[in-house]
Write a protein that binds this ligand. Sequence first.
Ligand code: MN
Length: 228
Amino acid sequence: MDYVIPAPPVAAVPVRGGGLFPVRRIFCVGRNYAAHAREMGHDPDRDPPFFFTKPADAILTGGADMPYPPATKDLHHEVELVVAIGLGGANIPAADAASHIWGYGVGLDMTRRDVQGEAKKLGRPWDMGKGFDHSAPIGELVRAAELGKYETGHVLLNVNGSERQSGDIADMIWSVPEVISILSGLVRLEPGDLIFTGTPEGVAAVKPGDVLEGLISGLPPLRTKIAG
Ligand code: MN
């Protein structure tokens, strides 16, 4: 049977050295660094990991400008390590998680903080605070095999050349293998899934004209400018 409207294009992330990684779904971990959980008013010791999603076509690649989204006056940056899943599975033990990882990249979980805050207050879903158009700028992916054991690495976000966020992958409350294990107990992970693994402290607002640079050790830098 033919599609009755044109099939949507496949969202894809460029890979360092060539090729494209097709994106199936985007999962994000909330509050995965203790200092960020505290700055958002939560106790990092008591909260288990939780997840939200963005549409696959929320990715923004190639260093393109990010349009300032509608319906917000408080657009925040959250720089995050992104894990790209190459091998699917359900109920993946943490000890086996590495075999499911295709690669890594630098991502921005851009957030309409005022919209998210209103949703929190009213007990409503976060989707419109988190999953809006172009809300997931992402840099080139790197194959896990090229990075070796990847458990530490500086995570940095600069805005107009000034440091805003700084942390280390090693400071995650829930490690990448634990995140994969827990998430795969909630949904079956599939090739093409991306996992944004949470952000260190220092989240703050940006405005049109700002240039954001996300840097994580071993990965290509992510650069985007907020367009008006
Ligand atoms: Mn986030």
